[in-house]
Structure formats: C-alpha cells, structure tokens
Design a protein around this ligand. Structure first.
Ligand code: GLU
Length: 390
C-alpha cells in the first residue's frame, strides 16, 4: 500500500519516546520526562496577551503564505540586532516550525541523488528529510570532542554534494562552532561554488562556552547560497505555537513559499502575532531561561560525572547532555528501554542521532524533575555496576 519513499523513512524517535512517556504519565505513572527538548517555562506573558488580543480582534483570516509583513520585518530586525546580518523582507519566510523550514529548503534544493553532508551525531529529522527530498545523506563522523572533522568535510565535498547542513549549537552534542572552525568551513564553501548551506541556528541563545556566530557573519559572500533556519520554539519557550522561519536568497525563498502555498498555506495567524511579540518584545525572558539552563547544566553534568560507567562532557550550547554509555555494555535502545521500565525516566537513545553508545538527556525540563530524574538514573547505574561486580 505504501510508497517506496515512505517505506524508506523511520518515525521520529524524539517524538515517539516523548509520546510514549506522556501517555504513561496520563495513565498516572510517575514518569520523569527528560526526552524531547522542550523548555518547561510557560510562554512569556506579553506573548500570550498579544495572541489573546489577536483572537479578540478576529485576526483569524488567512495571511500571506510567507508570513505577515510585520513579522517578517521583525525577523529582519532580529537578524541585525542579534547576528549583525542585513536581510530584506523578501529574503524571509515564516513556517510551521523550523522543521518545516528545513523540509521546504531541502525539497527546493535537491534533485534525486544529490548528496547532503551531515556531521554525526545529528538531529534525527535531518536524515529522514533528506531522504524524503530524494537526496542522499553523506554522513561524516565528528571528531572525538564532537567538533566538525574539517579534513573529512574537505574530502567529502564533490560535485555530487549539493548541500552542507550545519547545526550550531548542536542537537544532541551541544557543540558550538568556534571562529576557527567557521573559517575552515567557509574556505571550503568558497572553493566549491555550487555548494549550498543550510544553517540550523535554533539554539543560538543557549551558549555556555564560546559565542554563537553565523557563518554568513564571517563570510558575507556566502549569503547568496546560505539559508539560515531559526524558530521561536526553544528561544521563547513556544514549541506548541509552531513558528519557525528561514532567511535566504530571494529566489529560494520564493520557491519555498510556492511550495508552502500548496502544503500548509500560512502558519497560524494567531501564532504569528505571538511570534512577533516574542521577537520584537522584551528579551529578558531569554536571559532568564539561559540563566536557569546554565544552572541545570552544571547540576546534571556534575551528578552524571560522579557515577561509574558513564561520562558526559559539559555541552557548550543547547540544552542536552549527551552521555557516553559505552562502559555499561548496553546499546542505547536497551539502556533507554530499561531506564524507562525500571525507573520511569525517559531519555532518547543516541542511535536516533547516529551514535549507539550514547544517550541524550534534555535539561530543559524543570529543576524538580531533573533532581528526581538524576536520583533514579543514579540508582539505575549503581544497580548495573553492582551486578557487573558480583
Ligand atoms: N527538537 C526537539 C528534540 O530534538 C523536539 C522534538 C523533535 O522535533 O525532534 O527533542
């Protein structure tokens, strides 16, 4: 019954596990959810008030497919304010989440068989989206410190490669590109004139070590073949509103808009007003979340590294602890399955991101949940360690 294309893709593990854990919670089980990257904070008050007013003012019609002009202008201001980048409204479009933006970009850029370079470990949806666009993922492993392996990248770029998909800060490793790395990436991109770059920057505000820099900030000459993808989901704790956006060359944005015309039309009108309030409004909510995530990161990393059998490097950005479980002698699915069954803690198996000897813990969850989760993880690891020693 199903098409060959759909048979080739797998469901999203991050979403699947979160759905199972939420269902267990609904059934009354005391599950600790450290699975999906979902900040526990409510969306900011000024965002909610803006959306309520939009409903009361009957702003419930279709909007322009690529987003209302005010929001696109607000996004241009954001790029100048936060990234020092100059964009015009016609180079911006608003989507139903950044996932949607990446999907449209890949569909518009790839012809069957075109290769897309991805550095593993990487977010699970990239690979499936490349396959949906009939492209071929070309996977290169990161260096041991989770930085991009520049030599491998250099060797991998051939004429068959159409897109380099970058993600900094990285989900799941938290790696943040250094200026030196960006310079090396930029040099490679400059010598391969047909290479297009998709840069996923959704975790840009959550950097604990180093600084977030956009590739096009260092190499303005790459702006005409780079699309930056971002969203309000993580930055302003608004994942359910489903608003992402893309900034890129006018021609590509027009094609992505034409595709969006036929798939979803405009993203929710109410959510667009909410996103506008978030992006141009008071930014103290972002600082507050950053401060909290920073404390949670220190707490989790400290507790994890006191345990036998596992180790975890402090992530430089985003809000995930990517934990090395090699010494437990379990693969990542077995580890997460047992942890959920025996201790009711939901984590994501690293195999979802291409690394089977790791698991991912989201510390975007509330501090109390993290505390409870860490106590249970400790009990679980000590149990495994004791069984091994017996
Ligand atoms: N991006 C988040 C994560 O990696 C949300 C779930 C998803 O869309 O994959 O957990």
């Amino acid at each position: 019954m199903k098409s060959e294309k759909i048979n080739r893709i797998s469901p999203s593990v991050t979403i699947e596990i979160t759905t199972i854990a939420k269902e267990l919670k609904r059934q009354g089980k005391d599950v600790v959810l450290l699975a999906a990257g979902e900040p526990d904070f409510p969306s900011p008050d000024h965002v909610k008030t803006g959306a309520i007013k939009a409903i009361e003012n009957n702003f419930t019609t279709y909007t322009e497919t690529a987003g209302i002009p005010e929001l696109k202008e607000g996004i241009c201001k954001k790029f100048l304010r936060d990234n020092g980048l100059n964009y015009k409204s016609e180079e911006i479009m608003v989507n139903c989440g950044s996932k949607h933006a990446i999907y449209l970009a890949l569909q518009c850029l790839l012809s069957p068989g075109d290769k897309v370079i991805l550095s593993l470990p990487c977010w699970n949806s990239y690979i499936e989206q490349v396959k949906l666009a009939e492209g071929e993922p070309l996977l290169i492993n990161s260096r041991e410190d989770m930085s991009l392996d520049i030599d491998k990248l250099n060797k991998s770029v051939t004429e068959k490669v159409k897109v380099l998909l970058l993600n900094s800060p990285c989900n799941p490793t938290g790696h943040v590109f250094t200026e030196k790395e960006l310079e090396a990436i930029g040099e490679i991109a400059l010598t391969h004139k047909d290479l297009f770059i998709i840069s996923d920057e959704v975790y840009e505000y959550f950097v604990y070590e180093g600084k977030h820099i956009s590739l096009t900030g260092v190499f303005p000459e790459l702006k005409n073949r780079t699309v930056i993808v971002n969203s309000v989901s993580k930055s302003y704790s608004m994942p359910g509103w489903r608003i992402g956006y893309a900034a890129g060359p006018k021609e590509l944005i027009s094609s992505m808009t034409a595709l969006q015309d036929h798939i979803t039309s405009n993203p929710s009108s109410i959510s667009q007003i909410a996103a506008l309030k978030a992006i141009v409004g008071d930014q103290s909510c972002v600082k507050h979340m950053f401060h909290e995530f920073s404390k949670r990161r220190d707490f989790v990393i400290d507790r994890l590294n006191k345990l036998p059998l596992i180790k975890c490097s402090p992530p430089k950005g985003a809000f995930y602890a990517f934990i090395d479980i090699s010494k437990t002698c379990m693969d990542s699915k077995k580890f997460t399955k047992r942890l959920l069954e025996e201790e009711l803690v939901a984590l994501i198996p690293g195999i979802a991101f291409g690394y089977d000897n790791f698991v991912r813990l989201s510390f975007a969850s509330a501090y109390e949940e993290l505390k409870k989760g860490m106590e249970r993880i400790e009990r679980f690891i000590l149990k495994i360690n004791n069984a091994r020693e017996e």
